[in-house]
Design a binder for this molecule. Structure first.
Ligand code: F6P
Length: 328
């Protein structure tokens, strides 16, 4: 039998799934094989890395997945990987499987995990930004963000039909944890009257501003997009306040929830994921390690993990002005 001298690249998806992760898995796998590497898929993120759930991937294994949401490798948020013992087991799996480099597709928590593994062991890690939140520094967009944005806009268009028919204020809660990219840009794209986002907490009261600016003057119905925020209580909290402080208005709440994470990826996310996947293999061949691959100003860039995770990605404040001016 012929000896297998190929170097193996491991690939996993971690944290919240995002549409386009499959396109990224396909791109990493095919680009790696094209360039003479072997590829091993690790199932259920760091949980599977700890438990040794590993299977070699061929080009056929990633056929027909570019158009599918979710992740064929499955994903998890691993508690065990946050412990030194968990990371030691993960490292042992990499050694046992002869994996010389690991590609991690995920959000900030997942890339922080990759960074820690690389700090503690001699492991080459490459990160790909995969999260609907778009909150990783150094890349203009993250895999899954554009698809989620389009899903939200489609939903808000539908909500508007009923909002105008009943002359109601709707508070629509969208995902984004600590980042308002989804809320702010979906508000602009759907013609919503306001967005309540974590980045704009400097001014006293975003609700008060919205009521006095738009709704009271000329409009009978309004849509306010609210970034989910465990601290504020999200859309429910604002609806309660309006019921209390402005009882003359009829209010409803719509929490879009996990439907924002599903569905076939947009063309933009497929192209982004494909470019980033090829970029990951190029980076490895280029001797890069412990960087996230991003796209900035339409160019592939390498962002050190520390920067991608720690540096806050600023939301362009001019977007707030755009929304305010256009929602009069
Ligand atoms: O980080 C991605 C994300 O979709 C956030 O926007 C959201 O707060 C979170 O994941 C939800 O996580 P889970 O699916 O574990 O409830």
């Amino acid at each position: 039998m012929e000896e297998d001298n190929r170097k193996y690249i491991g690939i996993l998806t971690s944290g919240g799934d995002a549409s386009g992760m499959n396109a990224a898995i396909r791109a990493v796998t095919r680009s790696a094989i094209y360039n003479g590497f072997g590829v091993k898929g690790i199932y259920r993120g760091y949980e599977g890395l700890i438990a040794g759930e590993v299977k070699e991937l061929t080009t056929q294994d990633v056929s027909g997945i570019i158009c599918r949401g979710g992740t064929i490798l499955k994903t998890a948020r691993s508690q065990e990987f946050t412990t030194p013992e968990g990371r030691r087991k993960a490292y042992e799996t990499l050694q046992r499987e002869h994996i010389s480099a690991l590609v991690v597709i995920g959000g900030d928590g997942s890339l922080a995990g990759a960074r820690q593994l690389a700090d503690e062991y001699d492991v080459v890690c490459i990160g790909l930004p995969g999260t609907i939140d778009n909150d990783l520094y150094g890349t203009d967009s993250t895999i899954g963000y554009d698809t989620a944005l389009n899903t939200i806009v489609e939903c808000v268009d539908k909500i508007r039909d009923t909002a105008t028919s009943h002359d109601r204020i709707f508070f629509v809660e969208v995902m984004g944890r600590d980042a308002g990219f989804l809320a702010q840009n979906s508000a602009i794209a759907s013609g919503a009257e306001a967005a309540i986002i974590p980045e704009d907490r400097t001014d006293a009261d975003q609700l008060e501003q919205f009521i006095s600016r738009g709704f009271r003057k000329s409009k009978n119905s309004s849509i306010v997009i609210v970034s989910e925020s465990p601290k504020d209580g999200g859309a429910m909290h604002y609806a309660e306040r309006v019921r209390r402080e402005y009882p003359q208005y009829e209010v409803r709440v719509s929490i879009l929830g996990h439907l924002q994470r599903g569905g076939s990826p947009s063309a933009y996310d497929r192209i982004l994921a494909s470019r980033l996947g090829v970029g990951a293999i190029e980076a490895l061949m280029d001797g890069q390690r412990n960087v996230m691959i991003g796209i900035h100003n339409d160019e592939v860039v390498y962002v050190p993990f520390a920067q991608a995770i720690k540096d806050d990605k600023p939301l362009d404040k001019s977007l707030i002005r755009v929304l305010n001016e256009l929602s009069i």
